[in-house]
Design a protein around this ligand. Structure first.
Ligand SMILES: [Zn+2]
Ligand SMILES: [Zn+2]
Length: 904
């Protein structure tokens, strides 16, 4: 019989007995105050927590040792424990060393040697391969090279696995699927070829899977999805089965290519994402070696095909002159391979070898996609980079000859730099197009790919579109990008040269005696470019506003308002309606795609971001003429904009810097950065003022007051955190590490505060980053708090009290104490002058060493204590007992008396 006063366990609702007493281990009271230890332990194991979810109190257990435990552990127990732990450590060390040796030594070395042997292409090298493998010549260089090769092959392999998933999930192109069951999970495609599926299923005598070709999608999303998943798995198996069958049936009909694809599919089957992700350790070396040899072959074949064709066609000299002989030859080989594959594919179609046809098709897709990727990611940015460089030669007073020379001296670096520049250019161009899309009426930019379009999937496009369309698009992009560079770089430079003959070239030489060279370029980049990048959001907003203003102006001037911006922009109400329509549209779209899962839902959300597709517009008279005028107007605007961008910041920067440095020539990066910042500040101030203007004078005054207070606070904080702390830190670093290493004892070290500060800024940033990534301690919490407050709610008192004061005092102490010891105490003791000098110069590193040693020692002692506890627990621990929160009389006393333990 239960009474109200009876205490029960909060988990199992039963009372406590003498066997199973009730505890109250946390702050909670009332009906959930009590719990059984067993119930709690079970729950903790289940929830993987160590504290109460309600009151966040950490549960405590006291260990219970067996009664025969001695007060101190016998020495042989400790020794035995030590030996076991050392043994474990050695075993781990051995294991990891072995793995590291295999992955960083043996595999790269063999890979590299094999590659070298294969690519020299002579028979004698093949014969001496076993000897080459064991030679010890340039071991390190070969290892490094081999690591590169291994990384490349692994990357290629992973991308192949990914491509396979793309083909499986997105469906292969029509021409490949015509006579083959398509992957059934591609719901979109089933609707198009349901008849074929059934026919083929019968024809191929496969376990007839009911084709999910029913176009009813989305009514029963969950079931549909599950079904699709099931079918996908089945299908994968089937596909592989088909391919293996094909290989068996066709023994010898197709040689290398066939084998390649077969291996690829099989290996891909083995090496799925999970396995790739579980880490390099788990992938067996054997597996890897297989893959490596496969890829050696995959690069070897095309290389030699390419090589022979290049030699045969007589292009050898050109290829050799390019400095990238291997790469180009391999790519040529792949192109030829693709052509051969197409021919074989056609041949197989004629002879009606369906299975080999499919195989050849897959091979062809792989080769095509990889070639396209090389073109899109490698060649196109490279072309852009070179073209940019050539167009801007005059800006830096360089000639084509200089570029040629630098290319001859360092082909790899030059190519990489140009590729990087081209990549940046392409990236910015693409983001500008995205911005244009947000402003303009949907449908104006019909000729450009929409990156926000949910249907846009470059890899799928690569798989599906025929090669000539890719080629057309590539040529079109080159022309567009090239002409824009011409318009925005080359022409403005000509104009500037003509109008301001003394302005150009930009001065990009580094003068060691220039006053600013103390601030290194890297530092400038770190301090200036990064914040600028972080400010990108604002910049984008302004740019958007500018583009919108331009569009509105152009629209009214040329009566193209309806064409450029659409009609709904006329009033707010309409715009809202439009937004609502969009949502509606998105929702309508969302309904049928729910069945396709998260991906589709995500895309539906993306779609809500902006209208896609076409919107009607009113066409004015003489439309083509107006469009022509619009394009001319656009070109002129771009020209003027780039003229301003090229001149104004540098001009302002030069003018400002001339106050400081006089007539000395400064690197243009400094002047440009300085000018850019001035421009940025003025624009910012103007926009802020414009935003405040309508609110009246009093508000403005109030805000100005608020802002100036904030600015003063920020300045103080900046002075402390970006001025004093880095200076002290840099000085300390110089004293502790740089001076003892660099300056011999008989010379006096010199300190340059500027350099120390610059170094200190770097160190402070690194330390802050490490602190933020590391475990929780007071510095981390404080820094996080400061970051969270930001500049707007800056709390001067908090920062000084909690961050600046402790940090500065610690730094000051660590600077002063050694100095006091060296300068005041040592002379008093009465040692020789030589000794004094030694102490003065070496005290900083010596004390650092002492501190580090103490740290290591305390760490070791803690480790030993833990080990001791561990040994003790292993031997004598028999259980543990829950500790009651806040011991009271009565209950806890009785429960403490009962010697209840749990066997763990
Ligand atoms: Zn219980
Ligand atoms: Zn609690």
């Amino acid at each position: 019989p239960e009474t109200a006063e009876e205490d029960i366990c909060r988990v199992c609702r039963s009372e406590g007995t003498s066997e199973k007493p009730l505890y109250h281990p946390c702050v909670c009271t009332g009906s959930i105050k009590f719990i059984h230890q067993e119930c709690l332990v079970l729950w903790l194991k289940h929830s993987r927590k160590e504290y109460c979810e309600l009151c966040k109190h950490r549960f405590a257990f006291t260990p219970i040792y067996s009664p025969d435990m001695p007060s101190r552990l016998p020495i042989q127990d400790i020794c035995a424990g030590l030996i076991t732990s050392i043994g474990t450590a050695i075993r781990y060390w051995f294991h990891y060393t072995l793995v590291a040796f295999a992955w960083l030594g043996v595999v790269p070395l063999t890979a590299c040697r094999i590659y070298k042997c294969l690519f020299t292409g002579s028979v004698s090298s093949l014969l001496t391969l076993p000897l080459d493998m064991l030679s010890t010549e340039n071991l390190l260089a070969d290892c490094l090279q081999g690591c590169f090769v291994v990384t490349c092959t692994l990357c290629a392999f992973i991308s192949l696995v990914w491509l396979r998933e793309q083909i499986v999930h997105g469906g292969a192109p029509q021409w490949l699927e015509q006579n083959q069951p398509p992957p059934l999970n591609v719901l979109g495609q089933q609707n198009e070829v349901p008849a074929n599926i059934a026919a083929d299923n019968m024809a191929l005598d496969q376990p007839a899977n009911p084709p999910a070709g029913n176009p009813v999608v989305g009514e029963n999303p969950d079931i549909q999805e599950e079904q699709a998943d099931d079918e996908e798995e089945d299908n994968d198996d089937e596909e592989d089965a088909v391919i293996e069958d094909a290989a068996d049936a066709n023994n010898g009909a197709q040689d290398d290519m066939n084998w390649n694809a077969l291996e690829w599919d099989r290996a891909a089957e083995e090496l799925t994402w999970e396995r790739v992700n579980t880490g390099a350790n788990r992938i067996l070396l054997y597996d890897y070696c297989q893959v490596l040899y496969l890829f050696t072959f995959a690069a070897f074949c095309p290389y030699h095909i390419g090589h022979f064709s290049v030699v045969g066609l007589g292009f050898e000299d050109y290829v050799r002159a390019s400095h990238f002989e291997g790469l180009i030859t391999t790519i040529v080989g792949y192109v030829l391979l693709a052509v051969t594959l197409i021919l074989c594919h056609a041949l197989a179609a004629v002879v009606k070898f369906q299975r080999s046809r499919r195989l050849l098709g897959i091979c062809y897709i792989v080769v095509k996609v990889s070639l396209l990727v090389v073109v899109e990611i490698g060649v196109f940015p490279l072309i852009c980079g070179w073209w940019l460089d050539i167009c801007s030669l005059e800006m830096f007073d360089a000639t084509l000859k200089d570029r040629e020379l630098s290319f001859e001296s360092a082909p790899g670096t030059t190519m990489f730099l140009h590729w990087l520049v081209g990549m940046v250019y392409v990236f910015y161009f693409a983001s500008f197009i995205l911005l244009l899309r947000e402003v303009l009426r949907p449908g104006v930019l019909w000729f450009l790919r929409n990156l926000n379009d949910p249907d846009f999937n470059p890899v799928q496009e690569m798989i599906h579109l025929p090669i000539y369309r890719h080629l057309r698009r590539f040529i079109l992009s080159v022309i567009v990008f090239g002409s824009i560079v011409l318009l925005m770089l080359w022409l403005p430079i000509r104009i500037i040269k003509h109008m301001l003959p003394t302005f150009l070239p930009y001065n990009v030489m580094l003068y060691s005696d220039a006053p600013v060279s103390e601030l290194s370029l890297e530092l400038l980049l770190l301090q200036v470019v990064l914040p600028a990048l972080l400010e990108q959001g604002h910049t984008r907003q302004w740019l958007k506003g500018l583009v919108r203003a331009w569009t509105v102006t152009a629209g009214y001037l040329l009566d193209l308002h309806s064409y450029l911006l659409g009609d709904q922009e006329e009033n707010e109400n309409n715009a809202n309606q439009q937004a609502a329509n969009n949502n509606q549209h998105a929702r309508n779209n969302a309904v049928p795609v729910v069945g396709e899962g998260l991906h589709a839902a995500h895309q539906a959300i993306l779609q809500q971001g902006g209208p896609v597709g076409f919107q009607p517009y009113r066409r004015p008279v003489k439309f083509p003429l107006r469009i022509l005028l619009l394009i001319i107007f656009m070109c002129i605007t771009l020209l003027i904009a780039s003229l301003i961008c090229l001149t104004l910041p540098v001009f302002a920067g030069r003018w400002l810097m001339s106050f400081w440095t006089g007539t000395a020539k400064i690197h243009e990066l400094y002047t440009a950065a300085c000018g850019l910042y001035v421009c940025w500040l003025t624009i910012r101030a103007v926009t802020v003022l414009v935003a405040w203007m309508p609110q009246g004078r009093r508000v403005i005054l109030l805000k100005v007051k608020e802002w100036s207070l904030m600015i003063i606070k920020t300045l103080v904080v900046a002075l402390l955190l970006a001025g004093v702390v880095p200076l002290l830190l840099g000085l300390l670093f110089e004293l502790v590490i740089v001076a003892p290493l660099r300056v011999p004892l008989d010379q006096t070290p010199l300190f340059y505060p500027w350099q120390d500060w610059a170094l200190g800024v770097l160190h402070a940033k690194i330390i802050a980053a490490i602190t933020l990534m590391g475990p929780q301690w007071w510095l981390k919490t404080v820094i996080e708090q400061v970051y969270a407050n930001g500049i707007r709610n800056i709390d001067l008192h908090f920062i000084i009290r909690r961050l600046a004061a402790p940090v500065i005092s610690v730094l000051l102490l660590s600077l002063c104490i050694p100095y006091i010891i060296a300068a005041a105490i040592v002379p008093v003791i009465g040692v020789t002058a030589e000794m004094q000098n030694l102490v003065q110069r070496r005290i900083y590193p010596f004390l650092l060493m002492v501190v580090v040693l103490m740290g290591i020692l305390s760490f070791q002692i803690r480790q030993f204590k833990r080990l001791y506890e561990h040994i003790k627990n292993d031997k004598y621990l028999v259980g543990q007992r829950l500790v009651n929160y806040e011991r009271k009389s009565g209950k806890s006393a009785t429960s403490a008396q009962s010697p209840q333990t749990t066997q763990e």
